[in-house]
Design a protein around this ligand. Structure first.
Ligand SMILES: Cc1cc2nc3c(=O)[nH]c(=O)nc-3n(C[C@H](O)[C@H](O)[C@H](O)COP(=O)(O)OP(=O)(O)OC[C@H]3O[C@@H](n4cnc5c(N)ncnc54)[C@H](O)[C@@H]3O)c2cc1C
Length: 271
């Protein structure tokens, strides 16, 4: 997607300043806001703008430019993270696998026909080194079933731990600044919504505060719901476990619940 965006910008003769770091955005209430940045050579410069799109992720300067008194942060931090790997292996399944196991959640996905992306739920404060020789055993255990299914293993060439959180910044627009993507919201990746939501934000820039915000909260709910249905937590009670199983039975056993999940997963209509 990034390559496509760069190619589209180049195709219309646009300029892209690679290697620059934005240090501040000013004048958002006026007619000509300014992006202040340090160039690749370290030189400070300013760019006068008609509008600014803050698409600089969860830790950029865009969000922080909305004054504290006007910005409201909604946040939920989950007590688990995802241990993710990339490996050289053939696909283990034609479809994505989402697994809820007593050991915790697991997700098996295909990056390419030769490269697979897999995750398992872990302590967000854990260290990658702690799992070096146990990764495959953990993944195999979490997807094992009565049918004898086994993952096709391969050389692991990337591993990392990502924390899980839900976050929304309101408003997503302040003056001539429009926040888009993770700058405005973060979802736990269980619903595979983050990047899709970023793209749909931009589609909706002309009626931002109302429509985009409503869509963001729909995606927040879906991502939270998928996460709470599929993950285990040390604080879960026996009631929580039974409730999760009942929910999974509903989703896998009724057309209405399965359709609702599919509609939300594939994407909500624009507008
Ligand atoms: C484990 C995991 C799995 C995921 N799986 C999926 C999935 O299956 N489907 C899906 O849709 N989403 C998924 N996501 C979410 C997705 O990765 C993010 O939602 C998406 O990358 C957000 O895009 P963005 O452009 O808004 O922000 P980012 O990708 O964070 O990009 C922001 C950019 O801004 C730059 N930047 C920041 N500050 C500055 C500055 N001061 N000056 C200049 N540049 C700056 C950064 O370098 C970065 O390049 C997943 C996330 C995780 C953690």
């Amino acid at each position: 997607m990034l390559k496509d965006l760069i190619a589209a910008r180049m195709a219309v003769g646009g300029e892209i300043l690679f290697g620059t770091k934005v240090t501040a955005v000013d004048g958002l209430d006026g007619r000509q806001p300014v992006i202040r940045f340090a160039g690749a050579d370290g030189m400070q410069a300013g760019l006068d703008c008609d509008f600014i799109v803050g698409a600089d992720g969860a830790y950029g300067v865009g969000r922080a430019a909305i004054p504290d008194g006007l910005r409201r942060d909604y946040q939920r931090v989950y007590p688990f993270g995802w241990f993710g790997i990339l490996c050289n292996a053939l696909p283990s399944s034609e479809e994505l696998i989402y697994a809820r196991h007593d050991l915790g959640f697991a997700l098996i996905s295909n990056r390419t026909p030769e490269v697979q992306r897999m995750y398992f739920q872990c302590d967000p404060n854990d260290k990658v080194e702690n799992w070096s020789d146990r990764i495959w055993a953990e993944l195999q255990a979490r997807v094992a079933g009565e049918d004898g299914f086994r993952l096709i293993e391969g050389e692991i060439f990337q591993r990392n731990i990502a924390p899980m959180r839900s976050y929304v910044c309101e408003p997503m627009q302040h003056g001539r600044l429009f926040l888009a993507g993770d700058a405005a919201h973060t979802v736990p990746p269980t619903g595979a919504k983050g990047l899709n939501l970023a793209a749909s934000d931009v589609f909706l820039l002309d009626r931002y505060s109302t429509t985009a915000q409503r869509r963001v909260w729909r995606a927040q709910h879906f991502s939270w719901w998928m996460t709470s249905m599929l993950h285990r937590s040390e604080t879960d009670s026996a009631f929580d476990e039974r409730r999760q199983m009942a929910e999974l039975e509903l989703v896998t056993g009724t057309v209405a619940a399965a359709t609702s999940l599919a509609e939300n997963y594939v994407g909500l209509p624009f507008g």
